[in-house]
Ligand binder design. Structure first.
Ligand code: PGA
Length: 243
């Protein structure tokens, strides 16, 4: 049903060489020719695949996303990528504050906030990820954790150019999807925190061809952020073409 614009994004994480990326795109394109124009398709790929994919997209249906952006435009920040480096390649979206960045690379709500603001300054649409751990959920803290992540992550952020992904950490890469109705309930809680009710709020965490229809049937879920199942172009196309 959806409240905001429908956006289905693949998050390839650290997968695919340039050659593999091109092969993927060829198959994906042939499977999304009939896809409703109202559904935005985004591929969030490693930095090394951005350039070649950008050349092959030619303003077609599929949009390009990166998986991070630094808050400075340039400088001594080994291993980081800046906004101008991404926009030069035709990138439109950028994933920020993914739980893997928070867990393995020490990112915080404060750095996520800086990255979101910077993305917007360069005309990129940030996809800000929030979500609770299993332990937090079991302790009944899911809502408070998420509200806190939003309050800190959205300081001074323009909500007219923003996507939020609700990704319960226990559902990421585990095959253990959050029940669609429960995801919808949390997404409503997220929406209550926003000043712009039209922000696209995605669900992420073990989204697959066999559960996407149920997920997209929910009243408040505006799309999906898809990890593992976005690596196969036929599977990803089936998710994009949910019924
Ligand atoms: P998954 O990953 O679909 O493999 O669970 C989702 C994500 O991390 O964005």
């Amino acid at each position: 049903m959806a409240v905001g614009k429908i956006i289905i994004a693949g998050n390839w994480k650290m997968h695919k060489t340039q050659a593999e990326a091109l092969e993927f795109l060829t198959v994906l394109k042939s499977n999304v020719e009939e896809t409703d124009e109202a559904r935005e398709i985004v591929l969030c790929v490693p930095f090394t695949a951005l350039s070649i994919l950008s050349k092959s997209l030619h303003g077609g249906k599929v949009r390009l996303g990166a998986q991070n952006v630094h808050w400075e435009d340039q400088g001594a920040y080994t291993g980081e990528i800046s906004g101008p480096m991404l926009t030069e390649l035709g990138v439109d979206y950028v994933v920020i504050g993914h739980s893997e960045r928070r867990q393995y690379f020490g990112e915080t709500d404060e750095t996520a906030n800086l990255r979101v603001i910077t993305a917007q300054r360069h005309g990129l649409t940030p996809i800000l990820c929030v979500g609770e751990t299993k332990q937090q959920r079991d302790a009944g803290e899911a809502e408070s954790v998420i509200i806190n992540q939003l309050q800190k992550g959205l300081v001074d952020v323009d909500q007219s150019k923003l996507v939020i992904a609700y990704e319960p950490i226990w559902a990421i890469g585990t095959g253990d999807t959050c029940d669609a109705e429960e995801a919808n309930r949390i997404i409503k809680v997220i929406r209550e925190q926003l000043s712009n009710q039209k922000v696209t709020i995605q669900y992420g965490g073990s989204v697959k061809p066999n559960n996407i229809d149920e997920i997209m049937k929910q009243s408040d879920i505006d799309g999906a952020l898809v990890g593992g199942a976005s690596l196969d172009p036929v599977n990803f196309a089936r998710i994009v073409n949910y019924q």
